[in-house]
Design a protein. Structure first.
Length: 327
């Protein structure tokens, strides 16, 4: 038997996070003209747009009411629980679609646990909590708020491992390779070498006809993009298939400079797995269809760079916040 005293603040915290996240995404969607950030947690594209957006709006209001008060009339609890269970079913359906694509070979991953399954677990906890009347329960704010903040910190990590570890390679206009450190003698760091090696494989396998190497100055006189081109040539990529973006000083600069090169508005983005969720956000805001490909590390010691993963927690939300300011 689940301890209701433990479930109640956990459910209210989950509800607070989901309500806030849905409302933020709805606002971003209104400003982005076609980009639906709610796809980061649930895919409702099988429904008419008006119905999907209406259900999301109703869910956000119901969850916010449960998070703030955790008190409902009998019919209010039933209505909220029905909405929660409906989205529970959608997230399970999304997980099933992911596993089907995985079985078909349309995607590949080292993390076969889809993020939608974890959202299903959150919704399941909320649905369980809604089974009981909360009218006499004390309303403490600190535990649910701590749970919601914990969810906000965990969400980018979830995307790093579930989305970032998934390889979505398919035919596209170009593969954009994001730069990283090049040493003073022109030697590539392991990170950028892994990216160039992965991009060269995409070219040889016929997924793209051109590679775009984007970066900034190296530690010495050799520019990051020049070092990347040299390695690609050594790997058999012809010079006619290589383009350079020497002004790719950061992720947003690379996205801004390279969207113009994708005549059909589709690119493959190649970088470290922990970097890919942020890249996806930036391309989506630019109105460009992007499919991400994680660079395969040659050195297994680089498979779990904890410092870089932790750095993505604030960086991911900064990119979300920029959507509020710049769209």
């Amino acid at each position: 038997m689940l301890n209701h005293a433990f479930i109640r603040p956990l459910a209210r915290g989950f509800a607070l996070f989901l309500a806030g996240f849905i409302l933020l995404n709805q606002f971003l969607r209104l400003r982005s003209h076609g980009f639906d950030p709610n796809l980061w947690w649930v895919d409702l594209r099988q429904l008419p747009d008006w119905l999907g957006q209406g259900l999301l709006a109703a869910l956000s209001v119901a969850l916010l009411a449960h998070a703030v008060r955790a008190t409902h009339t009998k019919w209010g609890r039933r209505g909220t629980r029905a909405l929660v269970l409906l989205f529970f079913a959608f997230t399970l359906l999304n997980a099933g679609i992911f596993w089907r694509l995985l079985a078909q070979g349309s995607v590949s991953t080292h993390m076969p646990l889809p993020g939608s399954l974890l959202f299903a677990a959150m919704l399941g906890v909320i649905a369980w909590d809604l089974r009981r009347d909360a009218s006499t329960a004390p309303q403490r704010w600190l535990p649910p708020l701590a749970v919601a903040l914990g969810c906000a910190a965990a969400f980018p990590v979830l995307q790093v491992f579930c989305f970032g570890k998934t390889d979505y390679r398919r035919t596209a206009d170009v593969a954009v390779v994001f730069g990283a450190r090049v040493y003073a003698d022109g030697e590539l760091s392991d990170a950028v070498a892994d990216r160039v090696r992965t991009a060269a494989q995409l070219y040889r396998q016929g997924f793209v006809k051109h590679l775009v190497f984007s970066g900034g100055p190296g530690d010495g006189p050799i520019h990051e993009t020049e070092a990347m081109r040299t390695m690609a040539l050594d790997l058999g990529v012809p010079t006619t298939a290589i383009k350079l973006d020497r002004e790719g000083l950061n992720t947003e600069a690379t996205v801004r400079n390279t969207t113009m090169l994708a005549t059909q508005r589709r690119v493959l983005a190649v970088s470290e797995f922990y970097h890919l969720p942020r890249i996806k956000l930036a391309y989506q805001r630019a109105g460009c269809e992007v499919f991400t490909v994680p660079a395969r590390p040659a050195n297994w010691l680089r498979a779990l760079p904890l410092n870089s993963i932790l750095r993505e927690i604030p960086a991911f939300w900064v990119y979300y916040g920029r959507g509020l300011v710049h769209l």
